[in-house]
Unconditional design. Structure first.
Lengths: 228, 433
């Protein structure tokens, strides 16, 4: 069963002098439960691809099916809903809200889903426990280490019970040991919970935590490599 | 549900940056406070003037002669009641001074001589005893009604009714004490002694009076009476009554007329047409010799003038309120720029545009709401402070309502644009920051 299916996706940006083609004719499908790493040099379009997959951005042309739904042309609000229901995000620089403690940050997606306070708190605590942060629930991001902050971000993605977690350079701001611990966490979520993971990285070692590596160059898929 | 969360998150937005929020609130608060206190001063001044006029009695018309030759016989007051319909009470007024002796103490007091209609005419009750009667007036009785301050001072609070005092050496029986009117009210009647006008004329050594008071049954009757009175006195001074009335307003003024006969009971015959024409320039240059004033109109005019003043003050204050509102917009716009990342995260996590619109709008609303509340408190405090330094400012509910309404309105109005901007940021771009 294909969870993601991109057919002939391209993305152009209008810039000062003309249009910049960030993605051209991408065909990619990801099955439920896969762990895919997207690699490529900077400017190769990997973040743009991730944004399209994450419904943060619309493709210029092409068709995109997420869990069988055609989502390339749906409304802004519908995209918000899709992101809220299906997709968990983990960013390089964590993107936690500084004013909220760990629990508050993790609760956030559930707020937009309209879930009541008690239920939200229970699920947020569970998610924080799953990433090993049950003793940091009331710490603010500024009181947490980089690794801990990224765990909060992962918990925030987990709490949504997403079909898909998208990670954009999740270890980019972390030292290699912490980075490996984070990658192990992703791997665990992938194998134990069956969550599909699509990750963008330029770090070959981190990419190898996935079972498939997609290499991008100049907005096109250059090669795909399956690991063990 | 959605509103509740937006409200919650908006509150977080306020709390997260206390300095920024505090300064914004302060801006609005200063605006609201200045509206409340400045309008309070204006309104206070207005009420003070209105109260002062009202303390002179309602529907009262004052007829005053500014020239000794134009003075009135005291009996004219009574006659006016019969001649002019709609008039209920009348009194000649004699103002003079006398040396008062009470036991061993003595001092100058202001005397006011009136008819027995005085209490009804001036809407003035007595705290003890009763007012002198028509009979007292006719008999030129040596009776006195004391203003509240004098009455209360004589026996240290006990009623002095029945006691005697002397005015210019003649003994007077105290028959009543007037109710308190307050400092400066009703021509400071609290510090005066009221006696029959007949008796007062004797003290003053006069036969005529320069002032008459009449009271009409109603405001409407007062308007009609004043026109009638105008005709009467114009004719009496020898004018053509068919001539257009100067100004045509409620207050009728009769320009002096060179060589005008001293008015007597019998009206002088109108003078030949040509003679009057010849005199015309002198008429216009001459000062008023009789004025007839409807106190109602004075109240209205003073009220109007002060209302303009209040509005002006309010307008000035409103500008500062507007500036406070712009401050909200400014801060909110900065907040939107500053928090683009946050907006992106929220969008990524599933916030819809409406959620963000609501959140930022509510944040602006909170800031203006807190500003309005703080400002009202500051304004009330300001009014009290002004009053401590001798102003008569009042806390006007209208000013508070207007200020709060405008502040909240500004908050919402100036919050809409930043909120819309916030909601319109595409999530990808927001996340890139």
């Amino acid at each position: 069963m294909e969870l993601l299916e991109l057919r002939g996706i391209s993305k152009e940006y209008r810039s000062g002098r003309g249009t910049v083609k960030a993605l051209s004719d991408i065909n990619l499908s990801v099955k439920r439960g896969e762990f895919v790493s997207i690699m490529g040099p900077s400017g190769s379009g990997k973040s743009t691809l991730l944004n399209v997959i994450g419904c943060l951005d619309r493709p210029s042309t092409g068709e995109y099916f997420l869990d069988g739904m055609k989502v390339d042309r749906v409304s802004d609000d519908k995209l918000s809903e899709i992101r809220n229901r299906y997709i968990g995000f983990v960013f390089q620089n964590f993107h936690l809200l500084q004013g909220l403690d760990a629990l508050g940050n993790v609760e956030l997606p559930l707020i937009y889903r309209g879930i009541g306070s008690a239920e939200r708190k229970r699920r947020a605590k569970e998610a924080l426990e799953a990433v090993g942060l049950s003793d940091r629930i009331h710490h603010r991001p500024s009181e947490l280490s980089g690794g801990e902050q990224q765990r909060v971000a992962i918990a925030r993605a987990l709490v949504q019970e997403p079909l898909l977690v998208l990670a954009d350079e999740p270890t980019g701001s972390l030292d290699s040991r912490t980075g490996r611990a984070i990658m192990e966490l992703f791997q665990k979520l992938n194998t134990e919970r069956g969550i599909t993971v699509v990750m963008v990285t330029h770090d070959r070692d981190m990419a190898r935590y996935g079972r498939r590596i997609v290499r991008l160059l100049d907005g096109r898929i250059k090669e795909e490599e399956f690991i063990g | 549900m959605r509103f509740f969360f937006a409200a919650q998150m908006a509150w977080q937005g306020v709390v997260i940056n206390p300095l920024r929020s505090g300064l914004t609130v302060l801006g609005v608060a200063i605006g609201v406070a200045s509206v409340v206190s400045l309008m309070g001063i204006g309104e206070g001044a207005r009420l003070a003037v209105v109260r002062q006029f009202e303390s002179l009695g309602s529907n009262v018309i004052v007829i005053k002669a500014h020239d000794a030759k134009a003075e009135f016989m005291p009996e004219e007051a009574e006659e006016l009641l019969e001649r002019v319909s709609g008039l209920k009470y009348a009194s000649p007024v004699v103002r003079t001074n006398a040396v008062m002796r009470w036991r061993r103490a003595r001092g100058q007091v202001e005397i006011i001589g009136v008819s027995s209609d005085f209490p009804e005419l001036r809407d003035h009750r007595l705290v003890s005893g009763r007012f002198f009667t028509k009979w007292h007036v006719e008999q030129r009785s040596p009776v006195a009604v004391l203003g509240y301050n004098i009455g209360a001072g004589l026996l240290g609070g006990r009623s002095p009714v029945g006691q005697t005092l002397t005015l210019n050496g003649q003994t007077y029986r105290i028959v009543g004490v007037l109710e308190k009117k307050g400092p400066g009210q009703a021509e400071s009647i609290d510090d005066k002694v009221v006696i029959p006008y007949t008796t007062a004329l004797k003290i003053a050594g006069k036969k005529t009076v320069d002032e008459l008071w009449v009271k009409a049954e109603s405001a409407k009757a007062a308007d009609l009476a004043i026109a009638h009175l105008g005709r009467i006195y114009r004719r009496k001074l020898g004018f053509d009554v068919t001539a257009p009335k100067p100004g045509g307003g409620e207050q009728q003024q009769m320009p002096g007329k060179e060589g005008a006969e001293k008015p007597v009971e019998t009206l002088p015959a109108p003078q030949p047409e040509d003679h009057r024409k010849e005199e015309k320039p002198a008429l216009e240059l001459g000062k008023d010799i009789i004025t007839i004033t409807n106190l109602n109109t004075l109240v209205e005019e003073a009220d109007k003038a002060n209302r303009v003043m209040t509005l002006l003050l309010g307008g000035i204050a409103a500008v500062s309120l507007l500036v406070g509102g712009l401050g909200i917009m400014n801060i909110m716009l900065v907040a939107v720029t500053e928090r683009t990342g946050e907006i992106g995260v929220r969008r990524a996590l599933g916030a819809k545009r409406f959620d963000l619109l609501l959140q930022f709008l509510m944040e602006a609303f909170y800031l203006s709401g807190m500003g309005a509340a703080t400002g009202t408190a500051l304004g009330i405090w300001g009014v009290n402070l002004f009053n401590r330094y001798g102003f008569n400012a009042v806390i006007s509910a209208e000013a508070v309502r207007v200020a709060v309404f405008v502040a909240l309105g500004c908050g919402l109005l100036f919050g809409v644009y930043p909120a819309w901007t916030a909601a319109s940021v595409p999530p990808v771009e927001a996340l890139r920051r």
